[in-house]
Ligand binder design. Structure first.
Ligand SMILES: Nc1nc2c(ncn2[C@@H]2O[C@H](COP(=O)(O)OP(=O)(O)OP(=O)(O)O)[C@@H](O)[C@H]2O)c(=O)[nH]1
Ligand SMILES: [Mg+2]
Length: 455
């Protein structure tokens, strides 16, 4: 309980204290965690952000132009310029902005020993906007789709993605994990040639190889070379192909607590898949005198930043403005996690779940209850055995004494039978003697005989 003085009431030293109106307020409701986003904001500003984009597509599809248009500065020199860092063979070319990728060698021999001529290049730039720092890495694969046999063109690209995962896994297993640099691919822009037909086998082969390892974002490059009707048709056929082939593309998640505006915005983005984009960093003048980024043709002007002209705005929303963090989160929590599990399994490392059981109080309680019940059951069984042992011992004893009694009874009976038999004989003898001529017998004789019976 706190006492708060109402300062709206006039108060002077001369006024008596009883004139002051006292308002009593309970100030125990505010904890302060509503301030957490502000702490996060400050920390983020200090640390800065990072984003690693892999931009893949055949030569001349406008990859460098689009990346420069996205970040509104010359990050990449067009047509494989000086900023590009090729860590496979020309390390000396590095300048201030260049950075070494995770380590897969581009242009390397593939598994079959065929040189695919595909190199991996990483260009890195530190950019800043309104005090917010962003470290962008752009990974390209010059030479992709240019060989006569393009079947294995995807191999160095997949190797690069894996090697970046491997570097992260290795860094994670070190004792000091505080300074891990996240070189994993957060977004994979696949540039589709604006043919207006359907996907080619190389497009499908590559997308199938990478879709479970990266956030795949297919885009129709140089879409200004197609008419609006052709774009609608082409998008339709690409989505059908992607669906038929079971290829997964990145879709921003919609959350329950999203406001209506966010939900509508996310829907607008998804509805435009696959984005038909144009790129241009050049400013051109519109008929109404505005200076805009765009491409001018004799038949008219296409504005880069106009959502009615092409899907560049939607792509930028997905990559930077609205879903940068989600792209990184999906990479870390889903794609990398799957890769890591598979990798460790292949290495023969399986998680022993019993190690973690004790951290689950419910499981632990259940385990203790089962143990207690087993103990009780054991005691009961032991008591039963002892009881049965005692009963059977008693039974045996009784049986033994019964047999004893029976034997004694039999013995006595035999004895008596013998005596009866003897007496019978004696009786017969006596009767025989009775029939014979009487001779006077000494008086003591019968007494002697009688004595003998009783013995
Ligand atoms: N019509 C049209 N042309 C474009 C567009 N974007 C880029 N270009 C042009 O296409 C050419 C190649 O552009 P880059 O950005 O260098 O293409 P890239 O894909 O990086 O080429 P490589 O580095 O050789 O693989 C340039 O002349 C660009 O001006 C676009 O949206 N529409
Ligand atoms: Mg280029």
């Amino acid at each position: 309980m706190a006492t708060v003085v109402d300062h709206n009431k006039p108060y002077s030293a001369s006024s008596p204290p009883q004139d002051i109106k006292i308002i009593k307020k309970v100030l125990n409701g505010y904890v302060g965690f509503a301030n957490l986003p502000k702490q996060w904001h400050r920390k983020s500003l200090r640390r800065g952000f990072s984003l690693n984009i892999m931009a893949i597509g055949e030569s001349g599809l406008g990859k460098a132009t689009l990346i420069n248009t996205l970040f509104n500065r010359e990050i990449m020199n067009r047509r494989g310029g000086k900023h590009d860092y090729d860590f496979a063979d020309d390390e000396d070319e590095s300048d201030g902005e260049a950075a070494i990728g995770a380590g897969a060698a581009g242009g390397a021999q593939n598994g079959d020993g065929i040189n695919s001529n595909v190199k991996i290049r990483t260009t890195q730039a530190d950019i800043e906007e309104d005090g917010v720092k962003l470290k962008v890495s752009i990974i390209t694969a010059p030479g992709f789709g240019e060989s006569i046999n393009n079947l294995d063109s995807w191999k160095p690209i997949v190797d690069e993605i894996n090697s970046r995962f491997d570097s992260y896994l290795e860094a994670e297993s070190k004792i000091n994990r505080s300074a891990i640099t996240d070189n994993r691919v957060h977004a994979f822009l696949y540039f589709i040639e604006p043919t207006g037909h359907s996907l080619r086998s190389l497009d499908i082969a590559l997308m199938k190889q990478v879709h479970e390892k990266v956030n795949l974002i297919p885009i129709i490059a140089k879409s200004d070379t197609l008419t609006d009707e052709e774009i609608v048709q082409f998008k339709h056929s690409i989505l059908a192909d992607i669906d038929n082939q079971g290829i997964k593309i990145f879709k921003p998640a919609q959350f329950e607590n999203d406001d209506d505006e966010t939900i509508a915005n996310t829907k607008q983005i998804i509805d435009k898949f696959p984005f038909a984009v144009i790129g241009s960093t050049k400013e051109v003048q519109t008929n109404d005198g505005r200076l805009v980024r765009g491409r001018k043709y004799p038949w008219g002007l296409i504005e880069v930043d106009n959502a009615d002209h092409n899907d560049f705005v939607r792509l930028r929303q997905l990559l930077v403005r609205n879903f940068l963090e989600e792209l990184k989160e999906t990479t870390s929590n889903k794609l990398y996690e799957n890769y890591r599990t598979e990798k460790l399994k292949k290495m023969g490392i399986e998680q022993d779940n019993t190690v973690f059981r004790e951290f689950d109080p419910l499981a632990r309680q259940e385990e203790e209850r089962a143990l207690h019940e087993a103990k009780l059951a054991k005691m009961e069984a032991e008591m039963k055995t002892v009881f049965q042992q005692k009963v059977s011992e008693k039974e045996k004893k009784l049986q033994r004494s019964e047999a004893d009694l029976f034997a004694r009874h039999k013995e006595m009976k035999d004895k008596l039978t013998k005596q009866i038999k003897l007496l019978e004989e004696k009786k017969q003898q006596l009767e025989k003697q009775k029939l014979l001529p009487q001779e006077p017998a000494p008086t003591s004789a019968p007494q002697k005989t009688r004595k003998g019976f009783l013995r």
